[in-house]
Design a protein around this ligand. Structure first.
Ligand code: AMP
Length: 600
């Protein structure tokens, strides 16, 4: 129920005083987007002017925006690699940031096969927390009564390592869940989780998931929203239930805990929740033993009002499966964030996935936008100078841009690699549709494989065919998400020069593994530690299949001269064509190598 009319907001009537404050903050930031941006840049420059990086460009603390733009280059991660390596090796001098680097956040984007290391400072946690604190006040505008129940969120920590200089390196969410901001968060009736902290913080993914699922089952009537960070994570939880419901039902039946749960703090917290509940156990058995799992989410958690998962960008491939398991519940994409910086939030979280727009919050960092797309490319060719970067308040409706950030942690004019399209404005702050991340060919979970990585993997995999006088003449790929977890499919057309010595089943299986071994560490972590990616598959297609693919493309208007084999396919008729030409399919026989330590 909305509180009294004094607490109104242009976004809608706030649910409580705390929400009113948060909504006021959003209004204030978005009304003054340009001014806030100017202040953010001035603050960043005044504190970081003496850093080695900015000194290199003779930057002074009182520099205005235009001088900043004319002096500081736009860069990528690779440009910063030497500085980042020095920080990782223990150089504590103010290289990028005047404030000490507190840890590295390991991004799912990779460089040379390893996660990128994003330096961060302590106070960034407060900024991330601030963005989190705005999410429920917005959600409460659209879904009333969320204080009457709980959220079943599958949240996980991942492994962390130390750099040679002793700084922690871990994913941003692991850093957040392990922080006091999360662990000792004050009670908020609108934001109560069924998962105990101990289960979320357990680094063993099986024990963590098992306990979170068990708690979610016990509290099934209280659950009002079901979520995970990304759609793939929620589907993994459903798959987990498919594989483990018998044991879960047994635990509920008897009030005893699966002996595979060995973490003492998890056992202790589970003991507080566990009790024999034969009725609930029968219910779980009855629902889960059915052949048909359609609407399983709403059958088990009947009061669920929406799913809280990101289904924009690469995650859009999971929408049909989520709809199947949830009977088409709304899917709320609440925020847009990265290891480098948390960017903003969705002010209409119940909108359809295709209509989701994120409002970048001008207080989070200084944002610039590199015009993207055919117009800007033509411009670059014509007069040889790159297109000018545009400020947050100056982006134009309908245009596409690549996001460039300058952060409090010391990234300056850093290209994030995301392409965004302006869909409108909230006050003077633009709203963006997430178009895609640049250069990503294949993605199942948080893995991102680009064309060069796939090419290298094919080279390494096909090297095993040499002794059989066989080569790969053409290939393409497909992210197959029909099964959970999804997996990479690589279509190979082979040239077998000596049919009496052609590669057998086991050789081709090993080719799959060799490809996996050469994929980046985020992929291999997904395979080994997170179980979020299934074994890579090679589908060998008949000779001439790729020529047929070309004929098909030409029949649809492609130019013969310019035709290039697509290195990734997703269009159903093309997949059907390739699948109808498959002569054999092969899977990786074992897990690739992965350890939390970075490969040197
Ligand atoms: P990471 O640094 O590993 O956390 O990955 C951050 C990247 O994930 C972003 O730069 C985006 O490419 C992607 N991402 C984050 N949030 C969203 C979202 N709401 N929708 C689509 N993609 C997202």
């Amino acid at each position: 129920m909305a509180v009294d009319s004094v607490l109104t907001s242009p976004l809608g009537p706030p649910a409580c005083e705390k929400d009113a404050k948060a909504l006021r903050f959003i209004e204030e930031m978005t009304r003054n987007a340009d001014k806030v941006q100017e202040n953010v840049l001035a603050e960043i420059l005044s504190r970081n002017a003496q850093t080695e990086y900015l000194q290199r460009f003779k930057l002074t603390s009182s520099m205005d925006r235009e001088t900043f733009k004319s002096k500081i280059p736009v860069i990528t991660y690779e440009d910063l690699q030497p500085e980042i390596q020095r920080i990782a090796n223990g150089d504590r001098s103010p290289i990028l940031s005047a404030h000490p680097i507190s840890e590295f956040l390991t991004s799912s984007g990779t460089s040379a096969g390893e996660r990128k290391l994003m330096p961060t400072i302590k106070e960034e946690l407060d900024r991330r927390q601030l963005l989190y604190s705005l999410l429920m006040p917005v959600m409460n505008l659209y879904v009333p009564g969320l204080d009457k129940g709980k959220g079943l969120y599958f949240l996980f920590v991942k492994s962390e390592t130390k750099t040679p200089g002793g700084l922690l390196a871990r994913p941003v969410l692991t850093s957040y869940y392990k922080s006091d901001h999360f662990k000792t968060r004050p009670y908020d009736p609108y934001n109560v989780y069924t998962s105990p902290n101990e289960a979320i913080l357990c680094s063993d993914s099986f024990q963590s998931m098992y306990t979170q699922m068990l708690c979610g089952l016990y509290e099934r009537q209280q659950v009002l929203r079901v979520g995970a960070v990304f759609a793939s994570g929620l589907l993994r939880a459903i798959r987990f239930l498919q594989l483990n419901w018998k044991q879960l039902a047994h635990d509920i039946q008897t009030g005893s805990l699966n002996s595979k749960i060995t973490d003492p703090s998890v056992r202790e917290c589970a003991a507080r929740i566990l009790r024999p509940d034969p009725e609930l156990a029968d219910f779980v058995i009855n629902e889960c033993s059915k052949e048909n799992w359609e609407k399983i989410i709403t059958r088990i958690w009947p009061n669920t009002k929406y799913l809280d998962v990101i289904v924009t960008g690469a995650m859009a491939q999971y929408i049909p499966t989520l709809d199947y398991y949830s009977g088409g519940l709304p899917k709320a994409c609440t925020m847009y964030a990265s290891s480098e910086c948390y960017f903003g939030l969705n002010l209409k979280p119940m909108s359809k996935p295709s209509e989701v727009s994120y409002t970048i919050m001008p207080n989070m960092a200084y944002f610039e936008f590199l015009p993207h797309g055919s117009n800007s490319q033509r411009f670059a060719r014509d007069d040889q100078s790159p297109p000018k970067l545009v400020d947050l308040a100056d982006v134009e409706f309908g245009k596409e841009y690549e996001l460039v950030i300058t952060t409090y942690s010391g990234l300056c004019r850093y290209r994030v690699g995301d392409i965004l399209r302006v869909t409108g404005f909230h006050n003077s702050a633009p709203q963006f549709h997430f178009v895609r991340r640049k250069n990503v060919l294949l993605s199942i979970d948080s893995d991102k494989t680009d064309e060069a990585e796939l090419q290298k993997a094919v080279e390494n995999g096909s090297a095993l065919l040499r002794e059989y006088n066989t080569s790969v003449v053409e290939y393409t790929s497909y992210a197959d998400t029909n099964t959970i977890p999804g997996h990479y499919v690589i279509y190979w057309e082979l040239l077998v020069k000596d049919s009496t010595n052609s590669p057998n089943e086991s050789v081709l299986n090993r080719c799959c593994l060799a490809m996996e071994e050469s994929l980046n560490s985020v992929y291999r972590q997904g395979r080994v530690a997170d179980n979020s990616i299934g074994p890579l598959e090679i589908r060998v297609v008949k000779n001439g299949s790729f020529e047929e693919l070309m004929d098909y493309a030409i029949s649809r208007g492609a130019s013969i001269n310019q035709y290039k084999v697509p290195r990734c396919v997703g269009f159903t008729p093309i997949l059907e064509l390739l699948d109808s030409r498959v002569v054999s399919a092969h899977f990786s026989p074992s897990l690739p190598h992965w350890t939390p330590e970075r490969r040197l």
